[in-house]
Design a protein around this ligand. Structure first.
Ligand code: PLP
Ligand code: ZN
Length: 442
C-alpha cells in the first residue's frame, strides 16, 4: 500500500493538530465561539507532483487531496474513492452541463505584446471563466462536498443512518461567485443550502440561486448586531445551530483550501510539461478573503516551483498590504512571526470603498497568514492598484484574449500593469508572468 501523503492539519497560530481521519474538522479545535484567529494548514510529505492524466483535476491529482486521504483513512479503497469523486462530478455535470475539467492556460501573445514583453517573456493566462459556476470558487467547495458525501456513505456522519432527509443544511455568506458555485454543487446532490445575502445583492445572482433551489436569507443589519457583516453573523448563527459551513474562507472551513490547490497543480504541471524555457518568475493573484491565493501557492509549492507572489488588492480595500507593512515592523519582527501577532497585523478595513472589482472587497483577508508567508518566502510583495488600473486591465485583458472575464477576474492583471508602469526595474520585459482570469462577467 502507498504511504499516505497527508497526515492531517496543523494550526499555524496555536499549533494544535487534527488527524486527517477526523470528520467535519472544519475549524481548529482551539477556535471556540467567535474566535477566528486560527489557521489550519495541511501537513503533507514531499512527493513529486504528477497527474494521472485525467482531465478532471480532482481525479488526475486525487492522491494529493486531503479528502482522498480522509476517505483512505476510513478504509475506502482506491477504486471506491475514484468512483465516489467521478460519480459526484457526473452529478455536477448533470446540473451544470459540464463537470470539472482542466481549464485553459496559454501565453496571451497579443496581451504580452501590448504590455511590452519580449518573445522570451510574456503573460500566461489561466481561464477559469468556464469552470463550474463560472469561476474558480467551485474548486474550493468540491472538496467539502466530497468530504460530506463520503462521511455519509462511510457511516461516520451522525445523520447517516437517518438518510438524506436528515442532512444538515449547508450555509454560505456570499452574493457572488462563491454563492453560485455553492448552490450549483448543492443542487447536484439535492442537498439543502441557505445563502445569506445582503439587501443589496445582485438580482441576477439571487434569481439564479433561486433557480438552483437555494434558500435565500436576506440579512439587513439588526439592532444589537456587533460590528461586521450581518450576513456573516447570520451565517455563523446557522453554523452554531448545526448547519455545515459551505464556505470559501479557510477560517470558516479549512477543507476549502484542499480543492483550491488544483488550480496551482494544473498550472505547475502545464508549465513543466508544455512550456519550454525557464519557469514563471511571478504570479499575480487577486486577493479578497485570501483562500484563492493561499491555495494557488500551496499547489505551486508542491511542484517545487515557487514564483514570486504578488497579492493584488484595490485602493478601496487593502487590509493585506497593511498587514504586510505591520508584519515588517519591529514589534512583530517580520512575516515569519506574524502568526503570533494576528490582531496587530490583520483587522477589518475601516472604510471599504467602491470598485468594479467588487469580489475582492472583503474587509478582512481571512486567510492572510498563508498568503503573507508565500510572499515572504518567494521575495514577493503585495500590490495595491487604482481603480483606473482595474478598468484598464479588464479592457485590455478581455479585448486581447477574447475572454469575457469580470473586473474581479482580471484584477491580478491590474497588479501586473501597475508594476510594469513603475519602471523597467520592476518587471523586466523578458520575465514570465502568470495571471488567472478567475471569474466570468455577469
Ligand atoms: C472571480 C473571483 N476571483 C477572485 C476572488 C478572490 O478570492 P478570495 O476571496 O479567496 O481571495 C473572488 C472572490 O469572491 C472571485 O469571485
Ligand atoms: Zn488554532
Amino acid at each position: 500500500m502507498e504511504r499516505p501523503l497527508i497526515g492531517g492539519w496543523r494550526c499555524a497560530v496555536c499549533g494544535r493538530t487534527v488527524d486527517i481521519a477526523e470528520p467535519f474538522s472544519w475549524r481548529c479545535p482551539g477556535a471556540v465561539g467567535d474566535d477566528r484567529h486560527h489557521a489550519l494548514e495541511l501537513v503533507q510529505s514531499i512527493s513529486p507532483l504528477r497527474s494521472t492524466g485525467d482531465t478532471n483535476p480532482f481525479l488526475g491529482f486525487r492522491r494529493y487531496l486531503a479528502v482522498d486521504a480522509f476517505m483512505g483513512a476510513h478504509g475506502l479503497t482506491d477504486v471506491a474513492r475514484e468512483a465516489l469523486i467521478a460519480g459526484l462530478d457526473a452529478q455536477v455535470a448533470a446540473v451544470e452541463g459540464t463537470g470539472f475539467v482542466t481549464t485553459p492556460f496559454f501565453r496571451a501573445d497579443e496581451l504580452s505584446a501590448a504590455l511590452g514583453f519580449t518573445p522570451d517573456g510574456g503573460v500566461w493566462v489561466k481561464d477559469e471563466t468556464h469552470n463550474v459556476g463560472g469561476s474558480h470558487k467551485a474548486r474550493h467547495l468540491f472538496t467539502i462536498l466530497v468530504h460530506l458525501v463520503a462521511a455519509e456513505q462511510m457511516g461516520v456522519a451522525p445523520w447517516a443512518s437517518a438518510g438524506a432527509a436528515a442532512r444538515p443544511s449547508l450555509a454560505i455568506a456570499s452574493c457572488g461567485n462563491a454563492a453560485l458555485a455553492a448552490a450549483t454543487l448543492a443542487a447536484a446532490v439535492s442537498w439543502p443550502i441557505r445563502v445569506f445575502v445582503p439587501p443589496s445583492a445582485n438580482l441576477h445572482v439571487t434569481k439564479r440561486l433561486g433557480e438552483l433551489g437555494a434558500e435565500i436569507v436576506v440579512c439587513p443589519r439588526q439592532a444589537g448586531d456587533p460590528p461586521g457583516d450581518p450576513c456573516v453573523h447570520r451565517f455563523r448563527e446557522a453554523v452554531a445551530a448545526g448547519a455545515v459551513p459551505f464556505s470559501v474562507q479557510g477560517t470558516e472551513n479549512a477543507w476549502c483550501l484542499d480543492g483550491g490547490r488544483t488550480i496551482g497543480w494544473e498550472m505547475a504541471r502545464h508549465m513543466e510539461e508544455q512550456i519550454e524555457g525557464p519557469p514563471f518568475d511571478r504570479l499575480f493573484v487577486q486577493v479578497g478573503g485570501g483562500a484563492f491565493a493561499a491555495s494557488v501557492m500551496a499547489g505551486f509549492r508542491m511542484s517545487g516551483i515557487t514564483p514570486r507572489l504578488h497579492a493584488v488588492q484595490t485602493q478601496a480595500c487593502a487590509p493585506l498590504a497593511r498587514a504586510w507593512e505591520a508584519a515588517r515592523a519591529a514589534a512583530v519582527g517580520g512575516p515569519k512571526h506574524a502568526a503570533a501577532h494576528w490582531a496587530d497585523c490583520m483587522w477589518p478595513w475601516e472604510h471599504v470603498g467602491e470598485s468594479a472589482a467588487d469580489g475582492i472587497l472583503d474587509d478582512e483577508t481571512y486567510d492572510w497568514l498563508p498568503v503573507l508567508g508565500a510572499m515572504a518566502d518567494g521575495r514577493g510583495a503585495p500590490v495595491v492598484v487604482t481603480e483606473a488600473d482595474v478598468l484598464a486591465a479588464n479592457e485590455v485583458g478581455c479585448r486581447t484574449t477574447g475572454i469575457d472575464a469580470s473586473h474581479t477576474g482580471t484584477a491580478g492583471l491590474a497588479g501586473l500593469m501597475a508594476l510594469r508602469r513603475e519602471g523597467p526595474l520592476q518587471v523586466q520585459p523578458d520575465e514570465r508572468v502568470a495571471v488567472i482570469f478567475s471569474g466570468i462577467r455577469r
